[in-house]
Design a binder for this molecule. Structure first.
Ligand code: F6P
Length: 322
């Protein structure tokens, strides 16, 4: 392997910069040239290649977002778009691609491999934590802590005014952020896409709490919950709790920003360096992950085809402790 390209694609996540840094520095260590591709697959098609060296990734490990920028490219979904991308990789004599992102990113990399024989390795980075083959994705821990900090603050004001808050967190169609923030914040209820939500049951539980004279309550709602999110849930239950001064708060994109936590920086550093190592060893169409503190390779087609499940013992724990 003489020359590789690295890109970040899809929703950004804290730690992507740390991963880019690790790819560039591990490659430099093995005398491999690196091109950074700006704006993900869009830049691959439109020739946004920049040469990178160890200095170009100085002072980025602590920064959120991605210095390579990210985008979602409709053009890359077409065969013609992917052909242009593959031609550009050939033009720069690039032997392999490191794609940092989530399942959409890996789907793209997998198609490039299948259709044009491009060697590709995936590095899992998304706040949603919805990728199998790794215990955690890069950015999940940071998003969790950002959401938790916000929820703790909401609890203070909820308590002061004896209010009920419905707080919506991200996670697309998975409940990883919702489940773990609800446990860590001591939320009264968590609504998860992985479980059927019975609105009558939610009302019953909230009523029981009122009877027990709990005067502030927090309901963490995953954005992908079947009720349709916190605003819709509020509409469905507000008439039954008119005596309660209910408020809705949608945490939104603050969960995607900010400095990565130490755990995410270390994970990103491990996975970025591992991606280069496995390419040198001759692997392709795989995703690098960390499972039980050991490096694990998962075929990219497997990583994109199976849904990661929540830990059911944590769901039970949340119910016991509420
Ligand atoms: O996949 C990351 C994520 O932040 C999801 O949690 C959320 O549903 C989605 O991206 C939001 O996407 P956008 O930034 O395009 O609104």
């Amino acid at each position: 392997v003489k020359t590789i390209a690295v890109l970040t694609s899809g929703g950004d996540s804290p730690g992507m910069n740390a991963a880019v840094r690790a790819v560039v520095r591990a490659a430099a260590q093995s005398e491999i040239n690196v091109y950074g591709v700006k704006h993900g697959y869009y830049g691959l098609i439109h020739d946004e290649f920049v040469e990178m060296d160890t200095h170009s990734v100085s002072n980025i490990i602590q920064r959120g977002g991605t210095i390579l920028k990210s985008a979602r490219s409709e053009e890359f979904r077409t065969e013609e778009g992917r052909k242009k991308a593959a031609d550009n990789l050939k033009k720069y004599n690039i032997d392999a691609l490191v794609a940092i992102g989530g399942d959409g990113t890996f789907t793209g990399a997998n198609l490039l491999s299948k259709e044009h024989g491009v060697n590709a390795v995936g590095v899992p980075a998304t706040i949603d934590n919805d990728i199998i083959g790794t215990d955690e994705t890069i950015g999940y821990d940071s998003a969790l802590n950002t959401a938790l900090e916000a929820i703790d603050k909401i609890r203070d004001t909820a308590d002061a005014h004896e209010r009920m808050f419905l707080v919506e967190v991200m996670g697309r169609d998975t409940g990883f952020i919702a489940l773990e923030t609800s446990i860590a914040s001591g939320a009264e209820i968590a609504l998860l896409p992985e479980e059927l939500t019975n609105v009558e049951e939610v009302k019953r539980q909230l009523n029981n709490m009122l009877k027990e004279q709990r005067r502030s309550s927090l309901v963490v709602v995953a954005e992908g919950d079947e009720t349709g999110g916190a605003i819709k849930l509020a509409e469905k239950i507000k008439d039954d709790f008119s005596q309660y001064d209910m408020r809705v708060c949608i945490l939104g994109h603050i969960q995607r920003g900010g400095a990565p936590t130490a755990r995410d920086r270390v994970l990103a550093s491990r996975l970025g360096a591992a991606a280069v190592k496995v390419l040198i060893e001759g692997h392709s169409e795989v995703m690098v992950g960390v499972v039980n503190n050991s490096l694990k390779l998962t075929p990219m087609r497997v990583a994109i085809s199976k849904k990661k499940e929540l830990d059911h013992s944590l769901i039970e724990l949340a119910k016991i402790l509420r």
